[in-house]
Design a protein around this ligand. Structure first.
Ligand code: 5GP
Length: 210
């Protein structure tokens, strides 16, 4: 297949926690070599199994504030009781290489990215299939205390209320189907004419004008 050069895109996945976003992100990263994950910086403590530099860059509040002052973040926000931010430099480097970047960020971060990136942004919101399932999934996160779970539940409604600010909505009723929908969105977005920057030369050659 002819591979036309194209501009990288920024793929944002947001959802209330418990909608299956992390599983979908992981699957996408495993199966698609052209997309790379933006690793956020956070002031929250690592959960068991989380690795610094792989899941997040875990920093102190003072360090986070220093990075904000240095303009080191593309966006940053307070989510629950912690700070989260997207380091700017790796995103810029990946885009230059024509790589797509996946962001697992909340609605606040998505709004900030939308102001900065315009045409390169593709926003997907993931919803759980129903309220009961959302509650079940939130409760089955054994790593978090009851208090944290209760907080997440009330925060879930807050996050869901921003669904209409996204370009696509996936209802995660069935993981396989949700995954296929995610792949379909990415495929179609990559084929957008304006992202295929090498098309002009390709068509010229097709028409014998090169
Ligand atoms: P968690 O603490 O469960 O890993 O993430 C909590 C929430 O913070 C999730 O909704 C996640 O999408 C969001 N989040 C993670 N990293 C960032 C970031 O860099 N910026 C923003 N705005 N939100 C983030």
């Amino acid at each position: 297949m002819t591979n036309i050069r194209r501009r990288g895109l920024l793929l944002v996945l947001s959802s209330p926690s418990g909608a299956g976003k992390s599983t979908l992100s992981r699957r996408l990263l495993e199966k698609d070599p052209d997309i790379t994950m933006s690793i956020s910086t956070t002031t929250r403590s690592p959960r068991p199994g989380e690795v610094d530099g792989r899941d997040y860059h875990f920093v102190s509040v003072a360090e986070f504030e220093r990075l904000v002052a240095e303009d080191g973040f593309l966006e940053h926000a307070k989510v629950f009781d912690n700070y989260y931010g997207t380091p700017a430099a790796p995103v810029e480097a990946a885009l230059k290489q024509g790589k797509d970047i996946l962001f697992d960020i909340d609605w606040q971060g998505t709004q900030q990215l939308a102001q900065k990136t315009k045409g390169d942004l593709v926003r997907i919101f993931i919803l759980p299939p129903n309220k009961k399932e959302l509650e079940r999934r939130l409760k089955s996160r054994a790593q978090d205390s009851d208090e944290v779970v209760a907080k997440r539940m009330s925060k879930a409604n807050q996050e869901i209320s921003h669904w209409a600010e996204y370009d696509y909505v996936i209802i995660n009723n069935d993981l396989e189907e949700a995954e296929q929908e995610l792949f379909a969105i990415l495929r179609a977005e990559r084929l957008k004419r304006e992202r295929q920057t090498g098309l002009v030369d390709f068509v010229k050659e097709l028409m014998g004008e090169a």
